[in-house]
Design a protein around this ligand. Structure first.
Ligand SMILES: Nc1ncnc2c1ncn2[C@@H]1O[C@H](COP(=O)(O)OP(=O)(O)OP(=O)(O)O)[C@@H](O)[C@H]1O
Length: 309
């Protein structure tokens, strides 16, 4: 179990150790615990655990920790376990893993292994979502706000109101499906290229990202497809209202969001637009975003099959 001592926003994680150890014992899991350290990559620790013959690697922390540990377990024979003791725990939320320590450890011992998709953008893997445009611009500031620097809210508002929609060129090398509300889809035309003026584009692997935002509640994490949301024709106030509405996991439909499902999308623009993957900056466009189907095994709550009568 690789624990980040500094994730989460209430009680420090080292103080949760007695509860974690008790919950692991109750779940009959024997684990070696190590804390993340700034100079040791959790990805390398996870890879080493595979070589040393462990049969499960548990990431104890938030999405940053899960991302780094999971990156070492891609296509591995052993699964990832998640103990969601971070702030937003978006991937755990997308996979219905409880944040209660005892309940999460019970899932680790009694859950089932699910093979989920992983996104790739440039040389980075993402498990929640990648984004282009305004959300990539806002991620570094929102991390500071999350860390308690509330004075940055003014800067975030300034960035939002000074940003203007930019033209994105999207190319889908493989097959693509659009949401049924799109006119193009109703006409039944196949598309392989799109030009869209947009404030932002989110390429989701899972349903939640950022500050617990239900950005793509329709995303299916093991369908071998990315869920691409293009935010078009939003006024800034509409955009703020939308993001406010989807915070805390609320779902809200907007006809101004176009949704495409594809295994790969190439995005470029004449403008130097910023790109992020799970909140990590990836510089600017162009970027190719693709899915690695079923590349990660994760332990998730067991789904009870109710027999048909
Ligand atoms: N030993 C450590 N000491 C200090 N900071 C650390 C240590 N290990 C990791 N970190 C930092 O912790 C951050 C990742 O935290 P993580 O994402 O797991 O939690 P969170 O931000 O509280 O949760 P979430 O991402 O779910 O909102 C990274 O910025 C990483 O640099």
């Amino acid at each position: 179990m690789i624990i980040n001592p500094s994730s989460g926003d209430d009680q420090p994680n080292p103080m949760k150790l007695p509860d974690i150890v008790a919950a692991l014992e109750a779940a009959n899991i024997r684990a070696d615990l190590i804390f993340t350290q700034p100079d040791i990559s959790p990805t390398e620790v996870a890879k080493q655990a595979i070589d040393e013959g462990y049969d499960l690697v548990i990431a104890g922390g938030g999405d940053g920790t899960v991302n780094q540990v999971a990156a070492g377990l891609l296509r591995a024979p052993i699964p990832l376990g998640i103990l969601p003791i971070g702030t937003y725990n978006n991937l755990a939320r997308s996979l219905h893993i409880p944040t209660d320590i005892a309940a999460a450890c019970k899932v680790l011992s009694q859950g089932q292994v699910r093979s989920i998709d992983v996104g790739q953008a440039k040389d980075r893997y993402f498990f929640e979502a990648a984004g282009v445009g305004l959300d990539a611009l806002l991620f570094p500031v929102s991390e500071e706000i999350k860390g308690g620097r509330w004075g940055r809210i003014g800067q975030a508002m300034r960035l939002t109101f000074s940003y203007r929609p930019r033209r994105l060129h999207l190319v889908f090398p493989g097959s693509v499906r659009c949401s049924d509300r799109s006119r193009r889809f109703r006409r039944g035309r196949l598309i392989s290229k799109l030009r869209r003026s947009a404030l932002l584009m989110v390429v989701a692997n899972a349903s939640y990202y950022g500050a617990g935002l239900a950005i793509a509640p329709d995303a299916i994490i093991d369908d071998g497809l990315l869920t691409i949301k293009v935010f078009r024709n939003f006024s800034k106030w509409e955009l703020i209202r939308h993001f406010w509405a989807i915070s805390n996991g609320q779902y809200r439909y907007s006809p101004k969001i176009e949704t495409y499902l594809a295994s790969e999308v190439r995005c470029s623009s004449k403008a130097k637009l910023p790109v992020h993957a799970d909140g990590y900056s990836l510089g600017t466009l162009p970027v190719t975003l693709k899915v690695l189907k079923h590349a990660l095994k994760v332990i998730v709550p067991r789904v009870e099959v109710v027999p048909q009568t």
